[in-house]
Write a protein that binds this ligand. Structure first.
Ligand code: M6R
Length: 604
């Protein structure tokens, strides 16, 4: 999604801005641009397409200066075009903006009536014109930005240049992240801390409502009430994370194949339960209900965790999609109720809105989050790190299995707390310890998956079914397939088919049956037979035994290693991820950056 990068104190700032934008590319975008304060005023260069195209443009139309702002845009208001890309300008002002200005329609009308000249269709373009009006009233640029931002509804992270103060960057945020960074005589600003790795020695995250004035030697921050504040220093990685695919062709493949290593890292850190004890300030022996909240793939991880929590720890759980839960009428909470918010990025706008809402209501919030410097990690009452490493492919893969690993450890911890040794938490931990090895074995199914992807041919739809936790995996498999290959796919509880979806079945419909829930195997088998009776093309995904039990009705099978109950849902993710990867490749699609999607969904 949109990204901001800005720098001051750099002798050739254009190069630094382009490098900053490259570091934001993985988030997904459709156009890129920069503005530089130079001798002749502010120079703007922007273009639709990749950052590389902007870099080429800068070779023929260079822009010189020491201070600049830059942006990658993911279109929300107005098509991807040079005109709509950022920076947006008013005389003497250039801004870049992440977020959405919800009242842009009325502001646009009001400003146009006072001679503002809009050239784009974006919501963001009202911002420089609001700032300009404040400047005309005699405000200095920093105060002008604060006053302009006070007129905006919605969420924003804004970086601004003003011809009145060349060499300075002004910034303000509400609901969208911004991080400043500095090193000797240079200062930076970005929407993503990872972009500062190796170039800033220290970083400071702006808090909601903060604004900043950034010069090469000094970063001043004011809070929402205009008081000068000191915010804590954050560690910055000394080296940029490797943005290469290693021996793989794509980030998605690299991240799929990293999963055994990630699981081993997690197990080493969480296995003896000490880390969980240190990080949790919740006494699970008293918890009466857990409300899981997340989006997309993280939501499906929550849906699996619900089964584990209820089955092992006996704690009632609810699972919610954050975009709905942030607005839903909420029941009266119990005193022993907690929320678990799950997010790879820790910056998903809907999930953060839920965080704010629940904290306001006084409910303890546990974050399960990959980016430990993200807003969720910083603002949740406590956070469990996923330890998956940077995930670049838009389709979440290693973060999903890492979420499952951590949530399984959380369920074991809660089980031990509530039921003591009688519940054998040690046995469950031993089961989980076999995950890295079993993930490695599961990856051996790739050849079979390539063939299955081929058999999909030009299928336009696919169905995934499962029972128990495998229903959530069916939905995750469908999400993965649609996002990378653009094949329409749905996941269902297998028992639900006859209540409607069975009407979709004919000889052209591929159905993937996730045969992982051993207790429910006979039930799944009869659901599968109902599909077979209607000529559906059934691919069974499970261990040898499960496949044998459905041999007579299956068109194809993907074999997984036998695994303990707790681990089976985790390894079932592997063929689903590989299927979506290979189906996309076979269709010639960009697996790492599917159309219309962004890695970090920072707008509502
Ligand atoms: O960063 P988050 O985990 O909060 O992101 C949530 C979803 O946007 C994300 O999982 C999305 O569904 C993935 N692209 C799915 O592969």
């Amino acid at each position: 999604m949109c990204g901001i990068f800005a720098a001051t104190g750099e002798s050739a700032v254009a190069d630094v801005l382009v490098e900053g934008l490259r570091r934001l590319e993985y988030r997904g975008y459709d156009s890129a641009g920069i503005a530089i304060s130079g001798k002749g005023g502010i120079a703007v260069r922007k273009n639709v397409g990749p950052v590389g195209a902007l870099a080429t443009m800068l070779e023929s139309e260079p822009a010189y200066g020491e201070c600049g702002i830059a942006h990658t845009r993911w279109a929300t208001h107005g098509e991807p075009s040079a005109r709509n890309s950022h920076p947006h300008c008013a005389p003497g002002i250039a801004i870049v903006h992440n977020g959405i200005v919800e009242n842009h329609g009325e502001l646009r009308q009001e400003l146009a009536a006072r001679n503002a000249q809009f050239v784009s269709e974006t919501d963001s373009e009202v911002i420089p014109w609001l700032v300009r009006e404040e400047l005309m009233r005699g405000e200095k640029p920093w105060a002008a930005l604060q006053k302009a931002a006070a007129r905006l509804s919605g969420s924003f992270a804004i970086a601004m240049l003003s011809e009145d103060e060349p060499g300075e960057i002004f910034a303000i945020r509400k609901g969208s992240p911004l991080v400043t960074g500095f090193t000797d005589g240079k200062a930076f600003l970005s929407s993503d801390l990872n972009a500062l790795a190796g170039i800033a020695r220290h970083a400071i995250a702006l808090e909601d409502g903060d604004s900043a004035r950034i010069t090469p030697d000094c970063i001043d921050i004011r809070d929402h009430d205009g008081r000068i504040v000191n915010r804590p220093l954050l560690p910055v990685e000394s080296r940029i994370a490797t943005y290469d695919t290693g021996v793989h062709e794509h980030f998605m493949a690299k991240e799929i194949f990293e999963q055994p290593e990630v699981a081993a890292r997690i197990d080493a850190a969480y296995h003896d339960g000490t880390l969980m004890e240190q990080l949790l300030s919740i006494d699970f022996s008293r918890v009466r209900r857990i409300n899981f909240v997340a989006c997309g793939t993280s939501y499906y991880a929550a849906a699996v965790a619900r089964h584990w929590m209820q089955q092992h720890a006996g704690i009632e759980c609810t699972v919610h999609v954050a975009s709905e839960y942030r607005y839903e009428a909420l029941p009266q909470f119990y005193s022993g109720e907690v929320a678990v918010l799950i997010s790879q990025s820790g910056e998903t706008a809907d999930t953060l809105a839920v965080l704010e809402r629940l904290q306001h209501l006084g409910m303890p919030v546990l974050g399960v989050v990959n980016d430990t410097n993200s807003t969720l990690a910083r603002n949740a009452d406590m956070a469990l790190p996923l330890m998956a490493g940077l995930e670049i492919g838009v389709a979440s893969t290693k973060a999903f299995t890492a979420q499952l690993m951590i949530l399984a450890h959380l369920a074991i911890h809660a089980t031990g707390r509530r039921l003591g040794a009688a519940a054998s938490p040690g046995r469950l931990r031993d089961q989980l310890a076999s995950t890295p090895d079993l993930l490695a074995k599961a990856l051996l199914c790739e050849e079979g998956v390539i063939e299955t992807a081929r058999q999909l041919g030009d299928a336009r739809s696919a169905i995934f079914v499962g029972r128990g936790p495998f229903q959530a995996l069916a939905c995750e498999g469908a999400l993965k397939l649609k996002e990378t290959s653009y094949i329409h796919a749905e996941g269902f509880a297998a028992g639900e088919l006859k209540h409607g979806p069975l009407a979709l079945i004919d000889e052209h419909m591929p159905v993937f049956a996730l045969a992982g829930d051993q207790e429910m195997m006979p039930k799944l088998a009869s659901n599968i037979r109902e599909i077979a009776a209607r000529n559906g093309r059934i691919h069974v995904i499970g261990d040898r035994e499960a496949i044998l039990s459905m041999k007579d009705v299956a068109t194809g099978a993907i074999t997984l290693p036998s695994a303990p109950d707790l681990v089976r849902p985790i390894i079932t993710a592997i063929p689903l991820q590989l299927l979506s990867y290979h189906a996309a490749l076979q269709r010639g699609l960009n697996v790492d950056r599917p159309r219309n999607l962004a890695k970090s969904v920072t707008v509502e």
